[in-house]
Design a protein around this ligand. Structure first.
Ligand code: BDR
Ligand code: CA
Length: 314
């Protein structure tokens, strides 16, 4: 039996890779969209394009939040290009989205399905709004597996990662919800780069989905090489899906994580208690863990899974 999941995303090149993994290996009940790599209308358009590209138009799509809960962010970033998904030649998608808001759709699915896991690969606004609008629903969410934050450095600021920085107050709501959380941050996702020979292996699969993915990764890689000196595109978002598919790719440590909401230089930082400090009597010091934080990744195992997954698409 496949594990039931919802995927909340802001495609975004790496969000597309997350969708492809989730749709192949999990019982993907729906895709919900949020602003981030581009404005909401564009991330929703990119999601519609993706499901048509991969022949998975049976998966419902609902659009969600266009703005973070508190602060103001300009969602016309440079990393993913003007469309949020520059690289492939995109066709105009025809598939319709649902008429209800992502927040209500997420609530409906969680309420009606036992043991749904939420995967979040964008800012956490939709998830926080669900938790606020439907108090009590948290007990029905099996876990939240999110790409966000970092144990080490940030990307959008020296210490903050984009998805958390884009809506830190929403992240605070999620991290204080009591729901089981897996945090997959930059400290591991930046270790998995789509270097040229991997992109060629993907292109060589030859299907239209694989070629479009290779085109996406070529563009995304060029941006990350230019702007951050990385050897290729970081596979951030698909790594938030893999714990539900194969628990040998990422390893986690339980930690107490708080979201910095007040710091002048640290707004949006994930402050992770990594000290493993003990009291005199041997009991753990500090606050009890509220998240499992990814600390290492098996890069080869990830690529084997990803390449094999792509071979199943048309
Ligand atoms: C995250 O930000 C976005 O650019 C990516 O899609 C990923 O979710 C990485 O910081
Ligand atoms: Ca994303």
């Amino acid at each position: 039996m496949k594990i039931p999941v919802l995927l909340d995303c802001d495609p975004g090149h790496d969000d597309v890779m997350a969708i492809l993994l989730a749709a192949q290996h999990l019982d993907l009940k729906g895709l919900t969209t949020v602003s981030g790599n581009a404005p909401l209308a564009q991330t929703t358009y990119n999601t519609r394009y993706t499901v048509e590209l991969a022949g998975i138009t049976h998966i419902p799509i609902a659009a969600g939040a266009s703005h973070p809960m508190v602060h103001t962010v300009d969602f016309t970033g440079d990393i993913h290009g003007e469309s949020g998904l520059d690289g492939p030649v995109m066709h105009e998608p025809e598939v319709a989205i649902r008429s209800d808001h992502a927040v209500d759709f997420i609530h409906e699915v969680v309420d009606q399905t036992d043991g749904v896991h939420i995967i979040a690969t964008g800012m956490l606004t939709n998830i926080a709004l669900v938790l606020r609008r439907y108090p009590g629903i948290h007990s029905k969410i099996a876990s939240i597996c999110l790409m966000g934050g970092s144990l080490t450095h940030g990307n959008v600021t020296p210490v903050a990662e984009f998805n958390i920085w884009a809506d830190p107050e929403a992240a605070h709501v999620v991290f204080t919800s009591g729901i089981s959380i897996k945090m997959v941050g930059l400290n591991v996702t930046r270790q998995v780069s789509a270097i040229p020979n991997i992109r060629q292996d993907i292109r060589d699969i030859g299907s239209h989905t694989a070629v479009a993915v290779a085109d996406m990764l070529d563009f995304f890689s060029a941006q990350l090489e230019k702007l951050y000196g990385l050897p290729g595109a970081s596979m951030h978002d698909p790594l938030a899906v893999v714990p539900l598919i194969d628990d040998r790719i990422l390893t986690f440590q339980p930690m107490h994580v708080v979201i910095e909401l007040a710091g002048t230089h640290t707004y949006g930082m994930t402050v992770c208690d990594y000290r493993e400090r003990k009291n005199e009597d041997g009991t753990p010091a500090g606050k009890p863990p509220n998240a499992d934080v990814a600390v290492s990744v098996d890069v080869d195992r990830f690529w084997a899974l990803f390449l094999d997954t792509l071979k199943h698409y048309p």
